[in-house]
Design a protein around this ligand. Structure first.
Ligand code: ADP
Ligand code: MG
Length: 234
């Protein structure tokens, strides 16, 4: 997939009247821009899901893929930490049942089967469009840091490497990234690379109105996006 194919994915979604990309579409676009995410497949039956999991390797997470479900956990559409083919098959059926119960009219495309990213320091990288300045880039630590403390750094896109490093250092919780209280330091270069790729992504694809790479797991070596949400406007 090249940048033209990324545009094709976005234009197809808009032509279908969708205002958000499906998670597998958003993650394929991430990979195209060099933003790492664990390997994944889309399954359309429980046995299909088990076969995908065997191929990817355990543990895996299963998540509903539907154009009508943006917040998957809210409708029982996510089951994580699955370690056997039986667990995967029953999770598949359970997820479909949950989503049907919460949203009888939701169109179901399938279920995403993804390798579990090990737990780690969670950060978020995102973008929102400002009416005046266009796409902006946001960086913060995950969880309460962003939700309660609003500890985030913003820049107008496109940004350069120096800006990405400044963003990381200017959040109040920066010490969480350098290693403190028994948690190891994280790979800041890997985070900078994701911030820069996110900047290129939203700059080159102006239909992306909002993007959330949340959570992004940061490790001592590397970082991986676990959930990718992209909202569109024509
Ligand atoms: P939602 O649409 O509800 O935000 P997510 O894709 O964020 O759904 O999944 C919910 C939670 O499940 C995530 O916040 C994360 O904690 C966990 N999770 C999802 N995918 C993975 C993964 N590949 N590896 C590890 N944990 C995951
Ligand atoms: Mg999420």
């Amino acid at each position: 997939m090249g940048v033209e194919e990324v545009q094709a994915v976005i234009k197809k979604a808009l032509a279908e009247g969708r205002h958000s990309l499906l998670e597998p579409e958003a993650k394929a676009i991430c990979l195209e821009y060099g933003i790492p995410t664990p390997s994944f497949r889309v399954a359309t039956s429980s046995s299909n899901a088990a076969a995908a999991a065997a191929e990817l390797g355990y543990p895996v997470v299963l998540k509903i893929v539907s154009p009508d479900v943006v917040h998957k956990s809210d409708v029982g559409g996510v089951m994580a930490g699955l370690s056997s083919s039986d667990a995967v098959e029953s999770a598949y059926l359970r997820i479909v049942e949950n989503v049907r119960a919460h949203r009888p009219d939701a169109r179901l495309i399938g279920v995403l089967v993804q390798r579990m990213a090990p737990e780690s320091t969670e950060v978020i990288v995102g973008s929102v469009k400002d009416a005046q300045f266009g796409p902006t880039i946001l960086f913060g630590l995950g969880g309460i840091f962003v939700e309660v403390l609003k500890d985030v750094a913003f820049r107008i896109a496109p940004i350069e490497e120096r800006d990405a490093r400044d963003m990381m250092r200017e959040i109040k919780g920066y010490e969480v990234l350098t290693g403190c209280r028994g948690s190891p330091p994280v790979d800041q270069d890997a985070i900078v690379s994701i911030i820069l790729s996110a900047s290129s992504l939203v700059t080159e694809n102006p239909q992306i109105e909002q993007m959330d790479l949340n959570p992004t797991m940061a490790y001592e070596r590397g970082a991986m996006v676990v959930d990718a949400r992209m909202l569109l406007s024509p």
